[in-house]
Each structure stands twice: as structure tokens, then as C-alpha cells.
Design a protein around this ligand. Sequence first.
Ligand SMILES: *Cc1c(COP(=O)(O)O)cnc(C)c1O
Length: 361
Amino acid sequence: MSSITPQPGIMDIALYQGGAAHVEGVSDVVKLSSNENPYGPSDAAVEAYRRAGYDLHRYPSSDHARLRAAIAEVHGLDADRVIMGAGSDEIIAFLCQAFAGVGDEVVHTEHGFAMYRISTLAAGATPVEVKERDRVTDVDAILAACTDKTKLVFIANPNNPTGTMIGGNEVARLADGLPKQAILVLDGAYAEYVEDYDGGAGLVDSRDNVVMTRTFSKLYGLGGLRVGWGYGPKEIVDVLNRVRGPFNLSGPSLAAAEASVRDTAYAEKCRKDNARWRAWLAEALAEHGVPSDTSTANFILARFADQDEAEACDKYLKTQGLIVRLVAGYKLPNCLRITVGDEASCRRVAHAIGLFKGGAR
Ligand SMILES: *Cc1c(COP(=O)(O)O)cnc(C)c1O
């Protein structure tokens, strides 16, 4: 063994497991495992991406001014306090890198997004996991877990993979109760799916310890491009910009994201369709004896009797060309996370689960 060794914490990182995309021997598969937009990106975004192809010899903008201005305009925010990342994953990494190190603690919830723990360990800090209450973020438990070493507290609202969310008053109570050296990070990856919800932007504006993260990977259907952003107090965003690489987003990504955020009609259509088919799917599964919590996102967390049944159902769905997500890694071994697809996909997955519950295996 050589004496070359990584930083402490790195070897504790379990590799991120993405949603599967293929089934051996099945050609007509429907991928419902990564919360992608079933309708794809806006036509305007694809067109902007194509046009950007003629400028591939140029370095992209390093201040992302045009895209930040578009985001600020559409969402009613201060463009100077928006920071772009290669996916919101990169914003999460910047936060950990800039604010947490050896000896510091980073709090996340029991069924919280995997990247919080990964980025915490990568920064050398210590992840602290807090129990949820029946798959819902528990503000009191989070506050009780904070210490004078807590530097960051991550919650996703709505949360993935539970689909649940907590109200604005609860989030504000969390922000106000944190120790003064800690930042509350509100991960709004699914905020666009919630009607009349600002993702926590108002709380960012009225506090000095709250940062919001957002993404183009979900409702905007641009997961393949890697575009996310953060919004926070000026002092914090200035810090994050110091660790950000100058060309962290490519030119085509910037162009497509800008066209995408400006296509508000398409975003609204996707939000509405999702709400409609999410309700339909939840009800259809409930009728087949598969309950779920009320989801506020673009997926449903279907609960089975136990781990064996969830795994058997996952296996059966695969034989039917339907790929969903096992979430045992999120401490939900009896559940399957199912992305809300288009009408045909929702009908297919509901039908297949009905057959499975009826004895087909
Ligand atoms: C999908 C997701 C993200 C977004 O990741 P990107 O890096 O922007 O693609 C962030 N947080 C949660 C909770 C997610 O589910």
C-alpha cells in the first residue's frame, strides 16, 4: 500500500446510485426512476441549445449575467444574489466546501437527498442525520440536533424521496431557531411543482441565514445539461463565488436555461399536467392497496407491506418495461419512488401494479 491517501472522510462516501435507465432484454422501457420531465425541455430551450452550437469555440460567460437576469426577472429576485452551478448539486458542494470543514457538523434529515451527506464528507465535515416524523421534516428534532458546531442545515422542501413538505411558518421557525453560526439551506428542486410557492425566496430576502437552491433538472427538463442555482444573502453568495470555477457552466447550457426559464407558459403546462396525473396515479395505486403520502412533487412514494413486497414489485415492473426507484438507500426499504410520467406511463404503471397486487409475479 502506498502512502498516498485521500483526505479524511472521503472513503466514507458511498457512490451515488442514479436511477436505472435500461432493462436487460426489454426494449420499450419507460423510465420513471429519476424524476425527469416526461415531456422533455421547452422547444425554445432546444432551439437555443442548437444555436449555441455555432459558438462552441468561445469560452462561455463567467458571470452568467444574462441567465441570472432572466431568473431574477421571472422569479422577482435580486440578480446580484443569484449564483449558478453545474446542477444544484454544485451549489450544495460550494456550500459545504466554503462553510464546513473538519470538526464541523452538517445536519440533514433522515430521508434527505444523498448529496448533502456526500458533499459534507467531501469537505471533511461530519454529517448529522435527524429523524423525520412519519416521513415529514421535523423542525423540533432538527433544532434539538443543532450544536455550536453546526454550520449548515439542509432540508428539501418538497423533500425527495418522500414528496412531503412543511409550511412556511415551520420553515421560518427553523431559520429563526438555528444557532447563529449556521446557515439554513432550502433545497427547492421541486418548488416549481407547488402552486403559488416561491421556494423560500421570501425567507431568503427577510433573513441573513437562509440560502435557497433551485434546479433546471426537474420541471424544466434539462437534467442532461446540469444547470442549477442558488439565492442567498449577498455576503454568503460572495463567498460561494470564490470557490466557483469561472467557467462552471457551458455556453449551450446557459443559452438553453435562459430560454427555458423565459418559457413560463410551458412551465405552467408541465406543472398542471403533473398535478393532474400525480393525483390520478396516487388514487389508482391506493385503489390497488398501495398507499402514499400526499405528494407535492413530481413523484409518488408508494408504500408496500414490507421490503420483500417492494422488491418483488420492482422486479415485476421491470419485466413490464417499467423502471421505478428502490429507495432502501434512503431508509425506505418498503417503498418505491415512482416519477409521475405522461398519461400513458401513469396508466401503464398503475395497471402493472394492479396486476402485481392481484397475484401476477
Ligand atoms: C434532483 C434533485 C436535485 C437537483 O440536482 P441537480 O444537480 O440540479 O440536477 C437537488 N436536490 C434534490 C432534493 C433533488 O431531488
